[in-house]
Ligand binder design. Structure first.
Ligand code: NDP
Ligand code: GDR
Length: 346
């Protein structure tokens, strides 16, 4: 009998990669999308799985408890991966209540549905390094105390503890994966890496002249998304439900990522000025290619994230394989091709 997986949030970056990964392993995959006036399956199309016979697309909204129960009754999953969320930290400051309802309480709807309908379902919660926020230790491990710095981080922390609590209270196989940032050519354009690689590609093709960014000093531990979805799957194949960190163990600043991305497109940048006056200049032409715009600053920032994936390595045999240079290059290459195609140049 093929195993059945249910993925929430298949229209997002991780949902698309995870659906592809599970389909390749022979799973029957039910995967949820939100009803909207124009549903967006571009990632499923890009991966060539939209019409896969074992992929069943299900309309679902995390804020509707009844639909969570019916979804689980109807699809009878062995494994449930909850990837759906309002996942953009910046917007969570403007929409804190919606973020709490979707990203926090929405998870409780699923946990309650699992507990009521079939407590043997293995449940994965997409937790995040944003829960560490103002970090209390370097590098961060599964034992590092949390101090979230955004409504998104607060909502995710609620969901994380709800997952742990259902594990401890009802003996559910409820696993929490604390994933550090992971990126890919399928990353949404509002997130900083993709904003940069897309902007670099447009600059390279002469479609825009400069890129405006916020805090260049923030440091992140960036990995490659397809490797992280494999880690999620490994967590649900483990003997016991646990909490695991997935990270690379390396941290770099936003400025470093910008420098790498321009270099990948053949442009060397030099940096001048400080804070809001800082600029990235192309010495070949003297043009300002990167400028700081305070509009992209956040009311509270997460300054430094660097994760220690030792537990996942030891217990799940999971290791990240793509380093930041390779990740940045593959994202820039994909955006150069995409922009050229859209501009009718390829
Ligand atoms: P995306 O933002 O790309 O995808 C989020 C998904 O959630 C989309 O399919 C979105 O649907 C769906 N969604 C949003 N609101 C609702 C709702 N009310 N009901 C049902 N579905 C909803 O996120 P990623 O793929 O990058 O991340 C996957 C998960 O992992 C998220 O929970 C994120 O918070 C978490 N995470 C991500 C990390 C990363 O670096 N990528 C790191 C750590 C955690 P729609 O397309 O309609 O908006
Ligand atoms: P993050 O990712 O907040 O870490 O959350 P994002 O790429 O949005 O920001 C990373 C860092 O870059 C700084 N930054 C900018 N960010 C954006 N988006 N746009 C800018 O112009 C800009 N300039 C500087 C930010 O201030 C921040 O410090 C992501 C999401 O995927 C979450 O869902 C996930 O939980 C975490 O990663 C781990």
């Amino acid at each position: 009998m093929p195993r059945t997986a249910l993925i929430t949030g298949v229209t997002g970056q991780d949902g698309a990669y995870l659906a592809q990964f599970l389909l390749e392993r022979g799973y029957r995959v039910h995967a949820t999308y939100r009803r909207s006036s124009a549903v967006n399956f571009w990632r499923l199309q890009a991966l060539g799985i939209q019409d896969h016979p074992q992929l069943h697309l299900e309309p679902f909204d995390l804020t509707d408890m009844g639909s969570a129960i019916r979804l689980i009754e109807r699809t009878e999953p062995d494994e449930l991966y909850n990837l759906a969320a309002q996942s953009f930290v910046g917007i969570s400051f403007d929409q804190p209540v919606a973020t709490a309802q979707i990203t926090g309480v929405g998870v409780l709807h699923l946990l309650e549905a699992v507990r009521s309908v079939n407590p043997r379902i293995r449940f994965y919660q997409a937790s995040t390094s944003e829960m560490f926020g103002q970090v209390q230790a370097v590098p961060q491990t599964e034992d590092t105390p949390f101090h979230p710095r955004s409504p998104y981080g607060v909502a995710k922390l609620f969901a994380h503890w709800a997952t742990v609590n259902y594990r401890e209270s009802y003996d559910l196989f409820a696993t929490s994966g604390i994933l550090f940032n992971h990126e890919s050519p399928l990353r949404g354009q509002e997130f900083v890496t993709r904003k940069i690689t897309h902007g670099v590609a447009r600059i390279r093709h002469g479609l825009q002249s400069r890129l405006e960014l916020g805090n260049l000093d923030a440091r992140r531990d960036w990995g490659y998304a397809p490797e992280y979805v494999e880690g999620m799957w490994r967590m649900l194949q483990a003997e016991r439900p646990e909490t695991y960190i997935l990270a690379t163990g390396r941290t770099e600043s936003v400025r470093d990522f910008v420098t790498l991305a321009f270099r990948a497109a053949g442009i060397e940048l030099v940096w001048e000025g400080k804070g809001e006056q800082e600029q990235g200049i192309d010495p070949a032409t003297g043009q300002v290619r990167v400028a700081v715009n305070p509009a992209f600053y956040r009311p509270a920032e997460v300054d430094l994230l660097i994760g220690d994936p030792a537990k996942a390595r030891r217990e799940l045999d999971w290791t990240p394989r793509t380093d930041l240079e390779a990740l940045c290059q593959l994202m820039v290459r994909a955006d150069l091709e995409r922009v050229a195609r859209e501009a009718g140049r390829a």
